[in-house]
Ligand binder design. Structure first.
Ligand code: PLP
Length: 486
């Protein structure tokens, strides 16, 4: 394909993409294909002779579209959103055009410098404490996903602790042995409701993982006292907690851990790396009404949210902010001769390869830059507030049907969790409150107060069962897509 053929092909592709967005709401969200649907529709191997773009493009509608789940559909209600926008899409186009690995500043200065500037813009926009800006010891980097960020933070936290503990020892076999011995005793912590990425990161880092309790009585959030109790229990067992994921917007209920309380613990546990995972809800920090959550972050080590989840930036764009970039560089900077150059050696430039696990990196800051400039901070605030208001409307509609539903949490950051009320059974009558039929509003508060333990367990089981049945029926129809949690 030469540039003139590209021009024709690209115009046709853009026409098709614009039509797709114009008609997306009319399509069922879920495809109705069975596992393995695609193989019989494609040849066994690549064509010997190149094909025309017309022929390739026709297969989008014919074989790809029938198997697509339409994440950008307004009827998509599953997991968390994965927003896209036309400015973000244009950023992806240019990034594809300038295709480069850009791991060092010298590999493409614009890649690096735009990323540093855009991350500073984002930090200021969401009012992160100044320590996360690049003008001091901190800064921001764009990575692919929140899980990738958690692995990056966990490994850096592990190595930071080892460096601190063994700083007195000269480089030697003995020091390596000591470090290996330490690693086996290290424990990464996260709320029992933290995303599974913390557990996965601990596995990858070869450390242990412990969950910090976050019960319903604390609104599914980790409190300072629960964290202290877990840390002290680990220490009493001869283990060493070195890392904690604090969550801003947990996956199941959008709970926010007690940042202010947890910040008061940092002087007692100075070697504990605290990372804030705000994968979804972090985007809400563009609105002043949520920015009170940011002040305690000055006491923590790192912060992350996915601009691709709720800030109109096409996948992937995970904004990772670090208070002391040295903590990453001291772990990840390994410079064989082929990666060295006069600019890196001068110390005047940022080489993002030293802040991450992979070497090569995409030009992701372009799409974030386009989005920030196209919408402006006001536009982004309006976008988030509209979703939050729709979330309140949804909550009120559900809460208004107490005969059918019970709200469990929310609305928090546009997320409401609810269950379908089980049909009253004779077993319910065992409780002091007189059974489901007599509960005044069928809310959890009522049944946790009024029921005996057995009746409550039975109620939960029945509620889970009927809720599962209802959402599975909704999903099977394919028009909407919902997710559940237990
Ligand atoms: N953290 C939280 C709170 C999440 O809800 C999710 C996914 O929904 C993740 C992390 C993982 O996100 P990613 O796909 O960016 O790894």
């Amino acid at each position: 394909m030469d540039s003139s053929q590209f021009r024709t092909a690209a115009h046709s592709a853009i026409e098709e993409i614009a039509n797709y967005y114009d008609t997306i709401a009319e399509r069922p969200v879920l495809p109705s294909v069975s596992p393995g649907y695609l193989r019989p529709l494609l040849p066994d191997g690549p064509p010997e002779e190149g094909e025309s773009w017309d022929k390739i493009q026709a297969d989008i509608e014919k074989v790809i579209m029938p198997g697509l789940t339409h994440w950008q559909s307004p009827k998509y209600m599953a997991f968390f959103p994965c927003n896209a926008s036309f400015p973000g899409l244009l950023g992806e186009m240019y990034s594809g055009a300038f295709s480069a690995a850009a791991f060092n500043w010298i590999c493409s200065p614009a890649h690096t410098e735009l990323e540093t500037i855009v991350m500073d813009w984002v930090a200021k926009m969401i009012t992160l404490p100044e320590c996360y800006l690049s003008k001091g010891e901190g800064g921001g980097i764009i990575q692919g996903t929140a899980s990738e960020v958690v692995v990056t933070a966990v490994v850096a936290a592990r190595e930071r602790l080892i460096r601190r503990r063994l700083a007195h020892m000269p480089e030697s076999e003995e020091k390596l042995d000591k470090a290996a011995e330490m690693r086996g005793k290290l424990v990464a912590l996260g709320s029992e409701h933290a995303h599974s990425s913390t557990q996965k990161a601990a596995l990858i880092a070869g450390t242990r993982f412990r969950a910090v309790p976050a019960p319903r009585s604390s609104s599914f959030a980790v409190t300072a006292s629960a964290l202290r109790t877990t840390i002290d229990a680990c220490i009493a067992q001869g283990l060493e907690p070195f890392y904690f994921t604090a969550t801003l917007g947990s996956t199941a209920t959008c709970a926010v851990d007690d940042f202010a309380g947890i910040a008061t613990l940092t002087s007692d546990y100075p070697d504990l790396w605290i990372h804030v995972d705000a994968a979804y809800a972090g985007s809400a920090l563009v609105c002043p009404e949520y920015q009170h959550l940011c002040a305690p972050l000055a006491a923590f080590d790192s912060f992350n949210f996915n601009m691709h989840k709720w800030l109109l930036t096409n996948f992937d764009c995970s904004a990772f902010f670090i208070k002391r970039r040295r903590d990453l560089i001291d772990t990840y900077s390994i410079a064989p001769s082929y990666l060295r150059n006069e600019f890196s050696d001068s110390g005047l430039v940022t080489d993002y390869r030293d802040w991450q696990i992979p070497l090569g990196r995409r030009f992701r800051s372009l799409k974030a830059w386009f989005v920030l400039r196209s919408y402006g901070v006001k536009g982004l605030r309006g976008f988030i507030r509209n979703h939050v208001n729709l979330g309140v409307l949804f909550h009120d509609l559900v809460a208004g049907r107490k005969d059918l539903f019970t709200v469990v949490t929310g609305p928090e950051f546009a997320l409401t969790t609810f269950h379908v009320n089980p049909v009253p059974s004779s077993a319910d009558a065992g409780g002091g409150g007189g059974g489901a039929a007599n509960r005044p509003d069928a809310r959890h508060e009522a049944w946790t107060n009024d029921f005996t333990r057995d009746a409550e367990a039975k109620y939960r089981e029945d509620a889970n069962e009927i809720t599962k049945e209802v959402f599975e029926r909704v999903n099977v129809q394919g028009e909407f897509f919902l997710t559940s949690t237990v």
